[in-house]
Design a protein around this ligand. Structure first.
Ligand code: NAD
Length: 504
């Protein structure tokens, strides 16, 4: 084994332990360690967007079911916090191992329910598992308190971190495994318990993960799963037992959650919508830039909070950027994500497709030049899928709707500017501040960009600036509400500090 190749550590992924099903039936709730049938008569549907076929029924949990889940989490909390941390982390090791084992199966379910490509779904699983690993590490490090001896005569002062109780986890459709795991492993390793409400559009991957909670024998009530939308969230926001909520989703809903969490005195992390810029400077190396930019715009069919939306070409590189970006975009193969050769899957729902087409029409109406029209994309084997091809607008101005609002689909707007100062000015005027990237070979430009751009995640020669689990996931302006961010930052969110002053 050559030392230079051993960093490609072989993980036990890649085996399909269970074939994906055509239909998962009516999903169950997971309350107090039991799979239960919901009594609700509000039933939603989860689809396979490549086929326009229903793959599961989603019971929108009744209020008393949500309350029951919260109550079971509360009862579990009182015992779970007493379990030594060295034992709690053993459950996370077991969870990691099972997630690795089932990783390929879950990735395939993600493709089925969300539409992204299998490569993208495998990437999601890697990130999902990485959060469990990071949560294990905090148990030995950040969780520890502080102590200062003899702060005054015979007096010592100590800080202990304590878990808080039950947290509600509210997640978006676009990362059905990774986003819940930005929070879940950190919350539970620190002694809290959770109730998760997956997106009602993509609830099927979490339904499979419930089986893993059971297989690792996670004690009853530590993790609960309910389904639904606003009604479940409203119960989280008002139920006295809930200590805080984490939300990832659109800015409109995020604001509502932040305001209402504040009203009832609950903690909240709210990571919201985005409109991300990629700036290409005249000195950029386009051979390296274009592949990265293509994946930033069209990866996940543009349905990432870190997806690039506006492509700013500065100075005389504009013509080359436009030509090469167009050429590469036309090469992308669209189709069902389970086909390994596919580069881009469908968008998530019929409504999403309609909304995105609405934006394309708006762009034309407002005078942008449509260079590549994704509305004409056809996938012969899947004629009913919600497919859209890469769409590129040129001659876009920052005032146009397509340059300002989050489209959340495979639509790129090219903006031609004269200088980096102009680019930074436009980025900073955007309502959003999730991510921004620059492609350059100049350290001066890179540093200026990093210091002056008001966004939470900065990419320098990286198109999708996605922080790893052991870093916080940034976000500013209307892309984020709160104080602490997701991933490793949530150690401070899921614990409180108690100060003990002692004299003997
Ligand atoms: P969404 O806001 O529609 O839904 C998110 C969650 O909120 C879902 O669980 C949904 O059931 C719930 N919800 C929907 N309407 C609600 C209401 N009226 N009241 C209370 N809860 C409600 O978002 P989405 O379409 O699922 O996800 C896409 C959005 O998420 C995009 O805006 C994207 O930028 C954002 N996102 C942000 C990040 C980030 O880290 N900043 C990461 C991923 C996605």
């Amino acid at each position: 084994r050559d030392i230079l190749t051993t960093h490609h550590f072989e993980l036990p992924m890649g085996r399909v332990l269970e074939e994906v099903k055509e239909n998962y039936g009516r999903l169950k709730l997971y309350i107090n360690g039991e799979l239960v049938d919901s009594k609700t008569d509000t039933i939603g549907k989860a689809y396979n967007p490549a086929k326009d076929e229903v793959i599961a029924e989603v019971p929108f949990s009744a209020k008393d079911e949500v309350r029951e889940a919260i109550q079971s989490a509360q009862e579990a909390f009182e015992k779970w916090r007493e379990v030594p941390i060295t034992t709690r982390i053993q459950y996370l090791f077991a969870l990691k191992n099972k997630l690795e084992e089932y990783s390929e199966t879950i990735a395939r379910i993600v493709v089925q329910n969300h539409g992204k490509t299998i490569q993208e779904a495998r990437g999601d699983m890697r990130r999902t598992i990485e959060n469990v690993e990071a949560a294990i590490s905090v148990a030995y490090t950040l969780y520890k308190g502080e102590h200062l001896d003899q702060v005054s005569q015979d007096i010592d002062e100590t800080v202990v971190r304590e878990p808080l109780g039950v947290f509600g986890i509210i997640t978006p459709f676009n990362f059905p495994t990774m986003v819940p795991f930005w929070y879940l492993p950190f919350a539970i390793v620190l002694g809290n318990t959770v109730v998760i409400k997956p997106s009602e559009i993509t609830p099927v991957p979490m339904d499979f993960i419930i089986k893993i909670f059971d297989e690792v024998k996670l004690p009853r009530g530590v993790v609960n799963v309910v389904h639904g939308a606003k009604d479940v969230v409203d119960e989280f926001l008002t139920n006295k037992l809930i200590q805080g909520v984490t939300f990832v989703g659109s800015t409109r809903v995020g604001k509502y959650i932040y305001e209402n969490a504040g009203k009832s005195g609950k903690k909240a992390i709210v990571q919201a919508g985005a409109k991300n810029f990629v700036v290409v400077m005249p000195d950029a190396d386009l051979n390296k830039t274009i592949p990265s930019v293509i994946s930033a715009f069209f990866g996940n069919a543009g349905q990432r909070c870190l997806a690039a939306a506006n492509l700013v070409a500065v100075g005389n590189i504009y013509d080359d950027v436009k030509r090469k970006f167009m050429e590469a975009s036309k090469q992308l193969k669209i189709g069902y994500g389970l086909d390994e050769s596919v580069d881009m899957g469908p968008v998530v729902t019929k409504d999403a497709k309609k909304r995105i087409i609405g934006y394309i029409e708006k762009g034309i109406e407002e005078g942008a030049k449509l260079l590549l029209d994704g509305r004409e994309a056809k996938v012969l084997d899947y004629p009913n899928g919600y497919f859209l091809g890469p769409t590129i607008f040129d001659e876009v101005t920052p005032e146009m709707t397509i340059a300002r609002e989050e489209i959340f689909g495979p639509v790129a707007s090219i903006i031609h500017l004269r200088s980096l100062d102009e680019a930074i000015d436009i980025i900073n005027k955007s309502n959003y501040g999730n991510a921004s990237s620059i492609f350059t070979t100049s350290g001066y430009y890179a540093r200026k960009f990093r210091r002056e751009v008001n966004a939470g995640n900065i990419g320098i020669n990286i198109g999708v600036a996605a922080p790893m689990a052991f870093f916080p996931f940034g976000g500013r302006k209307e892309s984020f509400f709160g104080v602490l961010h997701g991933q490793i930052d949530s150690v401070d969110f899921f614990t409180d500090k108690k100060v003990v002053i002692t004299r003997w």
